[in-house]
Design a protein around this ligand. Sequence first.
Ligand SMILES: Cc1cc2nc3c(=O)[nH]c(=O)nc-3n(C[C@H](O)[C@H](O)[C@H](O)COP(=O)(O)OP(=O)(O)OC[C@H]3O[C@@H](n4cnc5c(N)ncnc54)[C@H](O)[C@@H]3O)c2cc1C
Length: 479
Amino acid sequence: MSVALLSSLPFSSPIHFPSSKFKSFRPPNATPSQISPLNPPPSPSQSPDKTGVIVIGAGLAGLAAATHLQAKNIPFLLLEASDAVGGRVRTDFVDGFTLDRGFQIFITAYPEARKLLDYDALDLQRFYSGAKVFFGGRFHTVADPRRHFSDSLQSLANPIGSLIDKFLIALTIIRVLSKFDFDILTADEVETIELLRSIGYSDSILDRFFRPFFGGIFFDRELETTSRLFDFVFKCLALGDNTLPRNGIAAIPEQLAAKLNPSSIVLNSRVISIDHESEEGVVVNLQSRESLRSDLGVILAIEEFEAASILTGKTEAKLPARSTICLYFSVDEEKVPVKEPVLLLNGSGRGIVNNMFFASNVAPSYAPAGKALVSVSLIGVYSGVREEELVERVVKELSDWFGEAAVAWWKYLRMYRVEFAQPNQRPPTNLLKEARVRVKGGGLYVCGDYVTHATFDGALLSGRRAVEALLKDRAAVGL
Ligand SMILES: Cc1cc2nc3c(=O)[nH]c(=O)nc-3n(C[C@H](O)[C@H](O)[C@H](O)COP(=O)(O)OP(=O)(O)OC[C@H]3O[C@@H](n4cnc5c(N)ncnc54)[C@H](O)[C@@H]3O)c2cc1C
């Protein structure tokens, strides 16, 4: 069934806007007569109205779902509990500094992102393709030979790995590039550490490079995360650049939101329960004690634990979530000890810092004129450890990296403790889970990074898959 046909058909019950408060948030294609309160319920004589899809959660998954619905001319309402779109991808602007809520990198080769985002408008600022690893009291360069050939030649003899390790990296690149994404995401899986050991990597490169680098991506220094995700991210890294949008990581969800009809997005609207047992459509109950109903479909685009709580009433996750802490410091630009736009990894096996970088070396817009921004990341949430203690430990540790005199100039700005950064993706995983929860009486669908994989791209992909499932179901019932 064509999409145009779907959006033009009358549906048996509308999205119901229970009070005048919601009347300004009607779906873009709705007219006042198409919006009516659920309480009191519509009279049986009420004529069928066109309605829209309710999308719950305006993180990347929900924004992607809304983008696909809008592209098909299907009216929708996007409900978000917090005060802005973006979910885990948010940025604060403090005294001229751009502070992402946790260190996040956008990889340009993410396949779903390439289809949805305007990279030029994001003005992506590139990292050096490689890293500097702190080991044995000094930094050693690990470089991508295809982009920094002479650096990579010089790094052949460094202690971050053997010559064989460096050859194995080339083989791993060839292996992942020869596979389709679908095959990678559905391949047999083991923990990443097991995969790397089976390839033959030495303990030196595992401890000095893979643990801090991929541990920093998965917030999992043990590298228990599924080999499927390792292969997918490794492939994207091989094909693309690591970047930051000029205006902060939140520019990504904001770009998606800016293309949506603003009256379809409702902020500060928390959903507390969903009634999907009724034949008359799915009813969405808000914290404000109001209810909305749609028989065209509801897409739940919220975090795994929130979705579990709403759908099953269960609050505890099977595996602990992945957590991280990001600390920001400012320093005068001329006192920055490293001038390159490079990621710095802790390969020493000691201390609490996993990785760090001088953010304004990558994106000068992240700091005001004359200043630089330092971003330091830890893995885990360090529950019970006070903020001041963490700052003290980080400053002491980085004084060993750069010298006490250099770090003495740093001024502490802010810390983000992100308890739920990513769902745990230890095997067994299913990185292409079913989006459909229920078809009858108006469908219910889920999306979010836990439905696919815990990356920007996984979230975007899951939003598309939820809309595809919804369209398929509507077509199957002849609407
Ligand atoms: C610190 C950090 C670093 C990361 N680094 C990277 C990286 O470098 N590269 C990468 O690819 N990925 C990274 N990720 C992962 C990536 O950000 C996430 O996988 C992705 O953003 C998840 O998007 P989502 O839409 O699934 O969920 P979320 O972003 O969590 O969105 C869910 C939304 O639902 C809303 N919501 C929840 N409950 C309700 C409710 N009851 N009613 C209404 N609304 C509700 C929430 O407020 C939120 O806005 C990182 C994540 C974090 C936190």
